[in-house]
Design a protein around this ligand. Structure first.
Ligand SMILES: [Ca+2]
Length: 310
């Protein structure tokens, strides 16, 4: 198995935590660092929650504090979905681990430019840190091998009718990232909601694992099951699975633009799926948009990775 050297950017709420627990157990990833950004909860909570996850993973991975605010607008959080602490208010104890002193954007630039092997990015959060890294060092575009992001919607949103949370929180940052030349894959809400539901039977199998990362993932999934009164589809977990095992998904390349101005559509990812776009349209396909995820392979991947068979 070839190992990918990755940086994971997150705003650790419940679904980031599940995704990180999976990513940190995957033998397919060499996680160079985890970078934090304000999003689901304020940055202090994000850093704390990320350290809690790393501790439960028993991984030796550095955690970096990044941007507290979007580029231009105040931060809007999603505590209604993630609890006041961002981890469902389950009561995980404070971590012993501590964060690095280097800023997340500096770490992304330094690692992207200097690491001797190709670096891939996985983003589970508003794209503020990545945009700022690209503004700071445009040559990063040619150095980063791929960017796989939980971002956007194809036909609908969640924060608003058409805007998905990660893009809606910082549309200007998303615009910079979507315009960059880095090869990009977007896992939007649509395939996640349709294909990545995790039900009680899968959660029970995870809960049977004795490792601390199984216990934590099980507790977070169980919390979601009870909170939402039915199967859960944590978006970041699905994005992590696709980032690690692209063959679990099908995708197609489309022009995707980020709406930064619309009266009702700010933060929307405009996916141009016309069969014939015409010569008047300047936009070229720039993002691989995931359209389907193989549900049973996804479940098996999550189980195998958390339970140590993968
Ligand atoms: Ca997230």
């Amino acid at each position: 198995m070839t190992t990918k050297n990755v940086i994971i950017d997150c705003d650790t709420g419940v679904d980031d935590a599940i995704a990180l627990l999976i990513g940190l157990q995957s033998k397919a990833l060499n996680v160079l660092g985890i970078t934090c950004v304000g999003g689901n909860v304020p940055l202090d909570n994000v850093v704390r929650n990320t350290l809690v996850v790393v501790e439960h993973s028993r991984a030796h991975v550095p955690v970096f504090r990044g941007c507290a605010q979007p580029l231009l607008v105040p931060l809007q959080t999603a505590k209604y979905a993630h609890g006041s602490d961002g981890l469902g208010d389950i009561g995980f104890p404070d971590p012993q681990l501590t964060e690095q002193t280097e800023h997340a954007v500096d770490f992304i630039v330094r690692t992207g430019m200097d690491f001797p092997e190709p670096v891939d990015l996985i983003t589970l959060a508003p794209l503020t840190n990545i945009a700022l890294a690209l503004v700071r060092e445009p040559r990063l575009q040619e150095k980063i091998r791929s960017l796989t992001m939980m971002a956007g919607g194809i036909g609908f949103g969640n924060s608003t009718a058409f805007a998905e949370f990660n893009v809606w929180v910082d549309p200007e940052a998303a615009d910079i990232v979507f315009r960059s030349h880095i090869p990009k894959t977007m896992i939007a809400l649509d395939p996640i909601n349709q294909y990545s539901k995790i039900d009680a039977s899968v959660i029970e199998r995870i809960e049977r694992g004795s490792a601390p990362w199984c216990k934590m993932a099980g507790a977070l999934l169980r919390h979601g099951l009870e909170r939402w009164k039915g199967p859960v589809s944590p978006p970041d977990a699905a994005a992590m699975a696709v980032a690690i095992e692209p063959s679990t998904a099908t995708s197609k390349e489309y022009p995707v633009m980020v709406e930064t101005r619309g009266q009702y559509t700010r933060g929307m990812t405009v996916v141009d799926r016309r069969r014939w776009r015409g010569e008047s349209t300047a936009a070229q396909p720039n993002v691989h948009v995931v359209e389907t995820i193989d549900t049973s392979r996804y479940h098996q991947f999550v189980l195998d990775t958390l339970l140590g068979a993968h």
